[in-house]
Design a protein around this ligand. Structure first.
Ligand code: SF4
Length: 365
């Protein structure tokens, strides 16, 4: 029997410029390469249709910057598969270059959620992050999404920047809340290997400040919860009923299929990652039977359990206590420290505990 897949991720690997902290597979916009990518994606979709029972319910287009594509190429992308028949369809966008034309195109195709890569509002923060948009273009992008009728808006933010203490971060959060989004994702700036940011650290030009980050994390929780958001995952905050269903499905361990260069899939206990280079991805997808994979593993019971615990601890659903049998003493100790609590047969981390989610997971696995 073909595996049934309800969660799809599509990676669109193009950006108008490249940010120094980013390690996602991406490249600068180039017409020929984008057409190659679309042909590869079409071939991958046909392969998936043959091999799996595709019933898209939750679709996420990430990148890269999906909305960096021209309206013509976006129409081509949207015609590859019935993405718009899903219950939730999120598309990531950058505030620069996202106006009413593209917003209307997305809305007409059936996009239900836009996720805007805002990251910051202060000009100094945006400059340091290598972002080209401004406070004004953020406001215009939100207005365009609303005017086009896209029902839900997420704003992505980054904290832990230079000269960003609690007062500066609080004003960023307040500016974000003033735009009345349904959802906010707030991530600590993480230096990934091979990025320009990692090189800056090596050269001694900047260094992360974990203590400040911890203060800003707790502040995020306090401020956003006081504004009606629930911290339903360590970095994700939603107004009631506005959680990202795609993310929730993946955190709860459902299968998902990733399309595009570098995309990861997990289907029937097997996990693989497509080749991250766009040309290799497209050529191999066209040659068949499926795009070249750079990693592939069959995941055993132990790996699945460890991941379930790690992901569960990051969410406000927590874990069923039965999953943690044999660790009763640790749970009592975690409660005593104020890192966790038990509620209706489940174990959840507090905001202070989520700061140490990895450490707690290591104790409980
Ligand atoms: S726009 Fe997003 S995906 Fe593109 S380089 Fe910047 S952070 Fe990476």
């Amino acid at each position: 029997m073909k595996p049934r897949i309800e969660n799809l991720y599509v990676h669109i690997p193009f950006c108008t410029h490249l940010c120094p902290y980013c390690d996602f597979p991406k490249e600068r916009l180039a017409g020929n390469r984008m057409r190659e990518f679309l042909r590869g994606l079409q071939a991958e979709w046909h392969w998936a249709q043959r091999e799996m029972d595709l019933r898209p319910r939750r679709v996420f287009f990430g990148g890269g910057t999906p909305t960096a594509l021209s309206p013509t190429l976006l129409r081509e992308l949207f015609s590859i598969a019935p993405w718009g028949k899903s219950e939730e369809w999120t598309v990531e966008a950058n505030p620069d270059g996202f106006g009413i034309t593209k917003a209307s195109l997305l809305a007409e195709a059936g996009v239900t959620r836009i996720s805007l890569g805002v990251q910051a509002f202060r000009p100094a923060d945006l400059k340091w992050l290598g972002r080209r948009h401004t406070r004004i273009s953020i406001q215009s992008a939100v207005q365009a999404a609303r005017a086009a009728g896209i029902p839900k808006i997420n704003l992505d933010l980054i904290y832990g920047l230079p000269q960003q203490g609690p007062a500066e971060w609080q004003s960023t959060l307040e500016e974000a809340c003033a735009l009345e989004p349904d959802h906010i994702s707030a991530y600590a700036l993480t230096p990934e290997d091979g990025t320009e940011l990692a090189a800056m650290i090596e050269r001694g030009e900047w260094h992360p400040d974990p203590e400040n980050e911890a203060v800003l994390f707790l502040l995020t929780n306090r401020i956003l919860e006081s504004r009606g958001f629930t911290a339903y995952e360590i970095s994700n905050f939603a107004r009631p009923g506005q959680e990202c269903r795609h993310h929730q499905a993946i955190w709860s361990g459902e299968d998902y299929l990733g399309f595009g260069p570098g995309a990861v899939s997990t289907v029937s206990g097997r996990r693989w990652r497509n080749h991250p280079d766009t040309r290799r991805y497209a050529e191999s997808a066209l040659a068949g039977p499926h795009p070249q994979r750079v990693e592939e593993e069959l995941r055993g019971e132990k790996e699945r359990r460890t991941e379930k615990i790690l992901l569960g601890l990051r969410t406000n659903a927590g874990l069923e206590e039965t999953t943690l049998s044999g660790h009763e003493d640790s749970l009592i100790e975690l409660e005593r420290k104020g890192w966790g609590r038990r509620l209706d047969g489940r174990f959840l981390l507090t905001a202070r505990g989520r700061l140490r989610a990895d450490e707690v997971a290591a104790i409980l696995t």
